[in-house]
Design a protein around this ligand. Sequence first.
Ligand SMILES: [Zn+2]
Length: 412
Amino acid sequence: MKAKIVIRRWIAAVALLTVSLPVVGQPSQSRKTRNVIVIMSDGLRWQEVFGGADSTLLRKAASIGRADGNENASREMKSYSGRNSNERRRALMPFLWSIVAQQGQLFGNRKLGSNVEVTNGLNISFPGYSEILTGVVDARIDSNDKNPNPNESVLEWLNRTPQFAGRVAAFGAWDAFPAIFNSQRCGFPVNSGYDPFMLLPDDSVIDALNRLKTQGPKIWDEEPFDAVPYYTALEYMKQARPRVLFIGLGETDDWAHANNYPEYLNAAHRADQFLQTLWQTVQSTPEYRDSTTIIFTSDHGRGDGENWTSHGKNLPESKQTWLAVIGPDTEAQGERRNSQEIRQTQLAATVAALLGEEFTRATPNAGSPILDVFESGEILAKEEGASGINSVKSYGAFALREEFRGWSSSKQ
Ligand SMILES: [Zn+2]
């Protein structure tokens, strides 16, 4: 008898899930996001995002030679110093710590109990981008080798739907992005490395950027300076109005590997300026204004202290990353504390869910959407907190727990 009741209740729970839920993956009348931009800064540490420049590392950098003759790092000492971490992070990333902190949300400050983590265990770039963009950890992707990704990214999946077809694009500094997105298969433009962008042949801005790319100095074999792919993406955005756009910046990782802390900081500062220009462009363009969510994050962290230059599985702390979100569906909660742990595998489904789509339909084992970035998700989290249950994974799980709650109370 008891078993029957239990079964009936489970059937009811499943029916509830399939009929009225999951809300998060379905088009919602209240969801305002129609476009999503993901911008990433390779290997930028949460320590700098939340703490600003590390004064020990900056002082130490003064002893390292610089190509521009600024050998004592005096410019960076002046620009990024501060009496405390609040002042220093505002100096380093002023847009993040003004507009995003006022209007969006920032996750990953471990000192406040907010954790964002890499899942793949390798803490290197190709697996990191793949995890973020496809929602899954694939054991076959265990290096930065540029093999075509067998997994489908959320961009590719969206581009296969009628409403997003032809409205998806990716631009990156690193020349691995065509492999990460599988450009042979994915069906949308992926421009990276020193490849000129050929899809807007009459555009004078693109023409100038292509010349810079092909005729400028090549400090790194695999990628140009970030400004080139960034402004290529921005011009494409103005001309073609993509609804899903990816921008990958690489300098933070390159300067870090070169043990050049001042330039690493400058690259982070420029990433913040790029984010600002992106947001200003969004908010001054009718098709994007108040209907675009920007996600800003990184593919991995880096080592602590002296190990700041490196990352990988031998530096477990380099799994620690961060995440910033600003857009019409994200409550203005600023810097989060004691938040639900976020995994990189959740980003792909979050991008889809912001657009009212359910990515796990295509990739069932992808991480679930990050409910904290949805206004209604937050309401649920508050309800959960009020009733003493502190774990909210998805609306489905929530409904199931509601049912469980009814069941346990009837059992007493
Ligand atoms: Zn690296």
